[in-house]
Design a protein. Sequence first.
Length: 345
Amino acid sequence: QQALAIYRAEGDHLGEARCLNMLGFITVTSGDKAGAQAHFEQALSLYYLVGDRQGEATILNNLGNIALLLHDYEAAQSHHEQSLAIRREIDDRPAETKSLVNMGRVALALGSYARARDYSEQAVALARELGSRNLEGVGLVGLSASAHGLGNDQAAREYAAQAVAIAQEIGARQDEGYALGHLARALLGLDELSEASDVYERGRVLYDSLGQPTSALEFEAGLARVALRQGETTQALARVQTILTWLGEHGDDGLDDPLELYLTCYEVQAGEATRRDDVRSHLHRAHTILQAQAARIQSEPLRDQFLHAVDSHRAIMAAWEQVAPDISKEASNVSDEARPCASEG
């Protein structure tokens, strides 16, 4: 903040822009996504003012990442498209690779799996040409996720395994965890449950060691799904209880995407007749969050794709369609019971 004040007093727009960009990163790390967005938007105006195209592309990329975290998918797509165009214009090929990776991530979030595959293929090819093992690994994860979305879990497994190997080779533990999640998902899709369980456990332990409990929760949910598929209901319920305890203590505001957590809790506890209201509350919360995210998508075809092409979204919609009539009927019965009787004269 002191440096920012000095740059402003001196009229140093470039220094001010760089400082705002750094403040944006610090702010998003603290969990204030909207505050980070405001810093990046101010920086973008300044980079544009001084004609720094590279800086402009960097900020557009950062704004795209923030928009994705805020589930503003069309804004994320627009920002990354602009960033990619500038990076190609100025021939910044390493940065172009990052933009391609990020375009793939937006496409995955929207359920546009063929587009995600195309962006990821370009990113991997360019990363290999540049000799960037880090970006190659991240691009391979994008290929794994798109292959899974397109129903090819064998390819998804192979891509994710390559990404895990690269992350281990270069010591990128965060990327390793990211790749392990996609490897486990592919194994679950292939019904290789024992191996999927082992990989989910590796990821959970890794994120615990990194001090990232929210990421570890996603692997806990994966372990619950595997246990349910294996018929180990007691174990699945225990895994879900760990998730629910954490949510009860911390809420879901700090989670990037809690939908799969709530869906897992619903699916695992669905057979528990004594917990019917609790179980439905998990599904209700998931459906509410999903609909709020979908409402921000202006394009109707894109919104419909978002709701029905993504596995977890499709499952939430299908489950909600099954229970919503029962909930409406129960609410109507309660209303009838509460209605006062007509008096007779």
